[in-house]
Design a protein around this ligand. Structure first.
Ligand code: S3P
Length: 450
């Protein structure tokens, strides 16, 4: 699909519902004893995998309303569909220890979050065995990071080469542990927190620096005893979860593509509605503000206490001249999925933009250090890879072709690169965007027509 240089982008968009929060709402709904009503659940490939998985495990998923991903910018998206294309669901859970053993493997598709979080719950299903498998990309992504703590807790896990999917989990009566994560990963932290619900006492997880805390907030909302002290979180085991209602805000990580587009295309003014601004997700906005962008919105204060709410705000973006910046390692987990966009913005910023401490990018849906560096240099960027990041110098982009290699975020980055380039960009594999943002191309068209 071709993306030609845009003249200016104008309009109001509600980005799609948050993928991380949607996965967690469906999983915690499946673990809950009473029905959980979820409004504005993301209707995209990844989060459909989660609904299918929890159904296989015995939860009942009832779709009440909505659908039509990408249906509607701003107001007037129809009575049923959320403006960003979300759906309304009721999940009737099985309870903490009553997941049913399915006949065959559970297919997680492309969803790394499902592959890492679900084993936490399954580890507590005493005497039952579950196998998780997924697509080609999932089969290249490590699961040893969740195998290690779950083994300490008493579950039995096996995987290909002891580190790659398919992953088989046999549940057990679990022990509470104290565990220090080797890398800041919300997925691994969340896995241990889910297992901790059924362990025999209080489990503590430490992380080298903060990562997204949606699981902690949702557990608190579900009346679980959970506390954060600095970079440690402690969960006391629970008899049951009661999660009555979750409303999913728009996804900051999807909004970030439109923020980048609004900043780069001269003369643009873009308003993004109802975006989740939990401080553990807004690292990208802090980085772009440092680069000289004026992005309006009421962000949650950095370091805020654990709350049961997911704060939301509208964001207003205007095109701006950018200057280079250095992203420090502790900022990385708070902007992990947006770092390809930092590289893209770096192509248009004055000076040298540096990202380091981001080796985790190599184990995302694709190797995002290689993908960003090969992809953007193919479009004329002055960019080099490091083992744990990249260095990019401003000078603009000529354009050309970029292969998304099946990675939704690389496809969307290629599209925005095209709008900001001199000659346009042809993205190979644009359909990958459907993993998190099915209405992406329509939303760009709307902004270009606005
Ligand atoms: C996610 C956490 C991040 C992120 C991923 C979603 C989550 O992964 O890259 O897209 O929902 O917890 P890690 O926690 O493994 O860094």
């Amino acid at each position: 699909m071709r993306f030609d240089p845009a003249e200016r982008l104008c309009g109001t968009i509600t980005p799609p519902p948050d993928k991380s929060i949607s996965h967690r709402a469906a999983l915690l709904g499946a673990i809950s004893t009473y029905p959980t009503r979820i409004t504005n659940y993301l209707d995209a490939a990844d989060t459909r995998s989660t609904l299918a998985a929890v159904s296989t495990l015995g939860a009942l998923v009832e779709i009440r309303d909505g659908g039509g991903a990408g249906a509607g910018a701003g107001a007037g998206g129809g009575a049923a569909a959320g403006a960003g294309g979300g759906i309304d669901l009721v999940v009737r859970g099985t309870g903490l220890r009553e997941a049913q053993q399915p006949d065959g493997p559970i297919d997680v598709g492309n969803a790394g979050t499902l592959m890492r979080l679900l084993p936490g719950w399954l580890a507590a299903q005493k005497g039952r065995t579950f196998t998780l498998d997924g697509d080609e990309s999932i089969r290249r992504r490590p699961v040893d990071r969740v195998m290690e703590p779950l083994r300490h807790m008493g579950a039995t896990l096996t995987a290909r080469e002891d580190r790659l999917p398919p992953l088989t989990v046999t549940g057990a009566r679990l022990r509470a542990i104290s565990y220090e994560l080797p890398v800041a990963s919300a997925q691994v932290k969340s896995c241990v927190l889910l297992a901790a619900l059924a362990a025999d006492g209080a489990t503590t997880v430490g992380e080298p620096s903060p990562s997204r805390d949606h699981t902690e907030r949702m557990l608190k909302r579900a009346e679980v005893k959970i506390h954060r002290f600095g970079n440690h979180v402690t969960v006391v085991n629970a008899d049951e979860l009661v999660l009555e209602q979750v409303r999913v805000p728009a996804d900051m990580s999807s909004a970030a593509f439109l923020v980048a587009a609004g900043l780069l295309v001269p003369g643009s003014r873009v308003v993004l509605r109802d975006v989740g601004v939990n401080w553990t997700r807004t690292g990208f906005l802090r980085i772009v503000r440092r680069m000289g962008a004026e992005v309006g919105g009421e962000l949650e204060a950095q370091g805020s206490d654990l709350s049961i709410e997911e704060p939301v705000s509208d964001l207003e973006v205007r095109a701006a001249a950018l200057r280079a910046t250095t992203v420090e390692p502790e900022e990385v987990p708070l902007a992990i999925d947006e770092l390809p966009l930092v590289a893209l913005l770096g192509c248009f910023a004055e000076g040298e933009t540096v990202v380091r401490g981001a080796a985790e990018l190599r184990v995302k849906e694709s190797d995002r250090i290689a993908g960003v560096v090969d992809g953007l240099s193919g479009l004329g960027a002055d960019i080099e890879a490091a083992s744990d990041g990249f260095v990019v110098r401003g000078g603009g982009l000529r354009g050309g072709a970029l292969d998304a290699k099946g990675d939704h975020r690389m496809a969307m980055m290629g599209a925005i690169a095209g709008l900001a380039s001199r000659e346009g960009v042809e993205v190979h594999g644009m359909e990958a965007a459907a993993v998190s943002y099915p209405g992406f191309v329509d939303d760009l068209r709307r902004l270009a027509a606005g």
